[in-house]
Design a protein around this ligand. Structure first.
Ligand SMILES: Nc1ncnc2c1ncn2[C@@H]1O[C@H](COP(=O)(O)OP(=O)(O)OP(=O)(O)O)[C@@H](O)[C@H]1O
Length: 263
C-alpha cells in the first residue's frame, strides 16, 4: 500500500517509537514539517529522500539528540531523551558524525567501549566483533588509519555493544562495499527477528528493499509518501526519490544487498 499523505500510519503492532506532530525549525526556516511516525518492535522503517530533505534531522529528533520545535517523541511511553538512563539502556544509535579516539587501535577502541558498557568477557566480545565486521586484519591499526568503510563498520560495532530494543541508523551503508552492505542487511534482519525496532535513514534502495517493512519518503522537510517498499518500487516511486547511483553511499545496483528473500 502506498499512502500519499503524511498522515499517521496505522499499524497493528503497538508503537515502541512514536513521533507525534514533530517539526524542527532553524530561525524562520522550518526544515521539518510536522511528522507522525511510529515504529513497532520488530519493524523496520526506512527514511529516504534527496540530500537536505530532513532525514538526519528527523533521526536526531527520534534519538533525542535534538529537541523538536513542536510535537513529541516518545519511546515506550517515555519522553525521548538520550540522557535518560532508562532510554540509554534500550536504544542504540549510529548517527551522522564520526566519534572515535584517533590514537587508539581498533582493538583498543572496541575494548574501551566494551568495558565501559560492562560486557562480561570484553576480550572475547571484541574478537567476535572484529571477525563479524571483517575488521580482524585491521585490529592493530590506529582508528585514524582506517578507510572510511572500515570506520563505518567500527562505528556500527561500537553502537551494537548496547543492549537494545530500538536501533536508529543514519546511512549505515555509507562507504560500505557490496559485501559489507550484504553483511549489514543480514545483521539488520537478525535484529528485526530478535524484535528490535529499526529506524533507518538510507540512500540505498536495495538496503530498504532487503530490510524495511515500510518506506517513508521525505521531500523538502515533508513526508510526501509512505508504503511498503515493494509497492513503492513497483510504482517507480522509491528509485525516483533517491539520488542517482554512482557515488559511494548512493543507490547501488540491484542485487548488491537484496538476496531475494523477502521479509
Ligand atoms: N544546525 C542547522 N542549522 C540550520 N540548518 C540546518 C541545521 N541542520 C540541518 N539544517 C538544514 O536542514 C535541512 C535538512 O537537513 P538534513 O541534514 O536533515 O537533511 P538530510 O535529508 O539528512 O540530507 P543528506 O541526505 O544530505 O544527509 C537542510 O536544508 C539543512 O541545511
Amino acid at each position: 500500500m502506498v499512502q500519499n499523505a503524511a498522515e499517521p500510519h496505522a499499524t497493528t503492532r503497538p508503537a515502541l517509537l512514536q513521533l507525534t506532530g514533530v517539526s524542527r525549525s532553524y530561525g524562520d526556516r522550518e526544515v521539518l514539517q510536522p511528522v507522525y511516525l511510529s515504529v513497532a518492535a520488530g519493524e523496520c522503517v526506512a527514511l529516504v529522500g534527496h540530500n537536505g530533505s530532513g532525514k538526519s534531522t528527523l533521526l536526531r529528533l527520534a534519538a533525542g539528540r535534538d529537541l523538536p520545535s513542536r510535537g513529541t517523541v516518545r519511546f515506550d511511553g517515555l519522553a525521548m531523551d538520550e540522557n535518560d538512563p532508562r532510554i540509554r539502556a534500550r536504544v542504540a544509535v549510529v548517527g551522522d558524525t564520526v566519534a572515535c579516539y584517533p590514537d587508539l587501535t581498533v582493538r583498543e577502541h572496541l575494548l574501551l567501549v566494551a568495558v565501559a558498557h560492562g560486557i562480561a568477557d570484553a576480550a572475547a566480545w571484541v574478537q567476535q566483533v572484529l571477525e563479524d565486521r571483517m575488521l580482524d586484519e585491521r585490529a592493530d591499526a590506529l582508528t585514524s588509519a582506517l578507510s572510511s568503510g572500515q570506520m563505518q563498520s567500527l562505528l556500527l560495532a561500537c553502537a551494537l555493544v548496547r543492549p537494545r530494543d530500538l536501533l536508529l541508523l543514519d546511512e549505515p551503508e555509507q562507504r560500505l562495499d557490496p559485501g559489507a552492505r550484504r553483511r549489514l542487511a543480514d545483521l539488520l534482519k537478525a535484529e528485526l527477528a530478535d524484535g528490535v525496532a529499526v529506524l533507518l535513514v538510507t540512500h540505498h534502495a536495495d538496503l530498504a528493499l532487503a530490510v524495511a517493512d515500510r518506506v517513508v519518503v521525505l521531500e523538502e522537510g515533508r513526508v510526501v509518501r509512505q508504503g511498503v517498499p515493494e509497492a513503492m518500487l513497483a510504482a517507480e516511486l522509491l528509485l525516483a526519490e533517491l539520488p542517482a547511483a554512482g557515488s559511494a553511499g548512493s543507490a547501488g545496483s540491484a542485487g548488491d544487498v537484496h538476496d531475494g528473500e523477502d521479509r
